[in-house]
Design a protein around this ligand. Structure first.
Ligand code: SF4
Ligand code: SF4
Length: 120
């Protein structure tokens, strides 16, 4: 089963992605590429592109709703790791549902996580 997020990407093109500046500071263990972030306030950075009126994270590759992936997946900010896709772990995720609806995509259902049946 292909992970549903790989056919989506909606949350990466809906929310402002803000996080503490230290996450992009290598000397403090930060892993987010600093050049992909911009200053939001004295304490926070935001991923470039996510403060636009029609947000799209600069690290998002592909087409929302068709084939999308994070280009810095192992180095993405903590907030990105905290967005749970609906029903992956047995519960709906309002953040996921809102982003998908905003892009004209139906919210995920438990069936989206079902393993494909083998032909008999
Ligand atoms: S909106 Fe939901 S399904 Fe889409 S990429 Fe984000 S977490 Fe995954
Ligand atoms: S860093 Fe990756 S996971 Fe986070 S919003 Fe951007 S594309 Fe999405």
């Amino acid at each position: 089963m292909e992970h549903p997020c790989l056919r989506c990407g909606a949350c990466c093109a809906h929310y402002r992605v803000a996080f503490h500046w230290s996450e992009a500071e290598p000397d403090l263990g930060g892993v987010v590429p600093p050049e992909l972030a911009e200053k939001l306030d004295p304490h926070r950075l935001a991923m470039r592109g996510t403060q636009a009126s029609r947000p799209r994270c600069v690290a998002l590759e592909g087409t929302v709703g068709t084939a999308a992936r994070c280009g810095i997946y192992p180095r993405r900010p903590s907030v990105c790791r905290e967005v749970a896709p609906s029903w992956e772990f047995g519960a709906a995720s309002p953040q996921c549902d809102r982003a998908r609806l905003a892009h004209g995509l139906a919210p995920l259902t438990p069936e989206d996580w079902a393993a494909p049946r083998l032909a008999s």
